[in-house]
Ligand binder design. Sequence first.
Ligand SMILES: [Zn+2]
Length: 395
Amino acid sequence: MALKIKFGVLLTQCGEPIENGELIIEEGDIVAISSSPTEREAEETLDLSDHLLMPGFINAHSHLGLTALEKKLSPAKTFASWIGDLIPLNAALSDEERIRGIRMGADEMKASGVTGLADYVADPALLKSIVDLGFRSILFLETIGFQEDRAEVIADEVEAILKTHATKCNLGIAPHAPYSVSAKLWQYLDQLAKKYECLLSTHLAETDEEVQFIEKGGGPLVDLLKERQAFDMNWRVPGTTPTRYLKSLDVLSETVAVHCNFIDDDMDAVQAAVFCPKSTHWFGRTHILPVRKMLDAGIRVALGTDSLASNDSLNYLEEIRMADKLLPGVSRKEILMMATCFGGEILRLPCGKIESGQKADIIGFRIASQSKDWYDLPFERQRKKVDFYMLDGKF
Ligand SMILES: [Zn+2]
């Protein structure tokens, strides 16, 4: 069954804006776009000629399972102590609270236009609940293990999950961070990613504490691991930056690197990055991912919300506005590319731009006034949610 949508403005994210045209959607796919009204017949017609349409937003980094920690944490003196605060609070959540949080978080994301999602999932028992939310998604199995003698056992557990769930959901693997995953486990996970043809993602070069840990083998993160009996006494300090360390393990080629606040000198080792504007702001970071430099170097950067353990909402419209505030050298057009097209490309999802053959994941904003620049419209301060939401051709 074909659906015709008449639109006021269309941001395709792969060409110039189109005004007063039509889109044809069939079986969840975009099959045609025209820049003027056509005679083409369709079983159903939707008149959105007072709307600006664009691809749905892609949240390229989140932890929906932590949504129930809303307002329970505040930025601590050190990043390690924030993690130290998070662990017991997270462990104390009941299954019911966690599931309720996941659904609330998803509702907030959808209301603000998120159709595509990359979520880190720490507990495989949650995979079904997250898949059932209906996003076009990739779910990264979040994996932790700094003690090298546990690497094989942990990798086997990850492989078992890949085998059981790969047909039901689009999975990736997320070695948590360079300070929480041993080199050996990292290499096992990289081999699994190759074997199962899945993407890797990790938190990388997020804080100066991580740099201190990998370069010098000291600082609050060492203390945290020791306190938790998670340190490896045989560990050899890499003695370089977190990014160069992972490059030396040859595990970065298929990795989506999240945060990358301390990456200026080794940007070229990373092929795709995710910037989390409001989480970065929440922590009060002064050293942030060099988005302008990365885009200029042809490295794609997407946007993510991170979790409510380091953010006060999962509203994606607030994220693009925060990106606009934190990245004065990056245009709104580019921020919207990061929020859509780059996210789709980085995560290998068939969405993020509006062209024939892509999935019909489309959002819309009612046009209140004639804009000089259509790319400004989603950034308007009063917008808390989208006015039209379509996922896989369904609205
Ligand atoms: Zn994260």
